[in-house]
Ligand binder design. Structure first.
Ligand SMILES: Nc1ncnc2c1ncn2[C@@H]1O[C@H](COP(=O)(O)OP(=O)(O)OP(=O)(O)O)[C@@H](O)[C@H]1O
Ligand SMILES: [Mg+2]
Length: 252
């Protein structure tokens, strides 16, 4: 579904990604692991068009997306969450989730201006309904009217994910969805990721939590100093000597 071919990204003299090639298969949960600074977030930034590649290409279903603008890539159905991403604190949970939809349902500027207000509010009602449905399906309906600023850290991380899936993307990139969470909350994130896969959304997840990642991912790619050093099914990765060596001495 998503194919990286010889992707390199340099920041001045620092090679954050070195000729990385791998694919993310449709319908599968793909995990990406690697020690701090190994290039995981940079890879997501390159896929989503936030950073231009230094060389190489990225394809989404045979369409070359590297070089396209970030909003065009997002409109193709590639969405992401950010490491320690933020909600809008002055909005409710439901309104934050609605934000994930409204940017994709606005057809164009003229449409927004020329529409009589009652049609706009009709559309808003439809957006609200969809956002509420997704909150119900992930078991967070009871939090709909709470202020985002009143949520605990783990709940915010959850809602960030929900906001990213409400537009029903084809592929969702999660950057450290369980960061700063206790074991019980991390397990819930793992469950949510599987639920998202079951909705028909392809998921790629970056996580320091190797235990959670090995439990949810069906395929794992390992980066180290910007290079792909291994890929395979979790049981293979867990006993791969190159991977074990890369992690020796790191607190991951
Ligand atoms: N915008 C940037 N400008 C300069 N250097 C950057 C930039 N973004 C990332 N880097 C560098 O590129 C390397 C890879 O960073 P990246 O954030 O992709 O790592 P990561 O694998 O996501 O790490 P972490 O596990 O800590 O989140 C690091 O050395 C980082 O300092
Ligand atoms: Mg990162």
């Amino acid at each position: 579904m998503l194919r990286m071919e010889g992707v390199s990204k340099s920041f001045g003299g620092l090679e954050a990604l070195k000729r990385v090639s791998f694919s993310i298969q449709e319908g599968r949960i793909s995990g990406i692991i690697g020690p701090n600074g190994s290039g995981k977030t940079t890879l997501f930034n390159c896929i989503t068009g936030l950073l231009p590649l230094t060389s190489g290409s990225i394809y989404f279903q045979e369409t070359k997306i590297s070089g396209l603008r970030a909003d065009s890539i997002a409109n193709m159905g590639i969405r992401r969450t950010f490491q320690a991403g933020k909600l809008i604190p002055s909005l409710t949970v439901l309104e934050n989730v609605m934000c994930g939809l409204s940017q994709f349902t606005a057809v164009d500027g003229a449409d927004t201006f020329l529409r009589p207000p009652f049609i706009r509010s009709k559309r808003e009602a439809a957006i609200k309904k969809e956002a509420m449905e997704i909150l119900v399906s992930v078991g967070m309906a009871r939090s709909a009217d709470r202020w985002a600023s009143d949520l605990a850290w783990a709940e915010r991380q959850f809602i960030q994910i929900v906001r990213a899936i409400v537009s029903k993307p084809r592929i969702l990139l999660l950057d450290e969805p369980a960061s700063g969470m206790a074991a019980r909350e991390t397990a819930l994130v793992g469950e949510l990721i599987k639920q998202i896969r079951d909705m028909g959304i392809t998921v790629a997840v970056v996580s320091h939590d190797i235990k959670m990642l090995m439990e949810v991912a069906e395929w794992v790619t390992v980066l180290n100093f910007g290079e792909k050093i291994a890929e395979g099914a979790p049981p293979q990765i867990q006993k791969d000597p190159t991977v074990l060596e890369a992690y020796l001495g790191t607190e991951s």
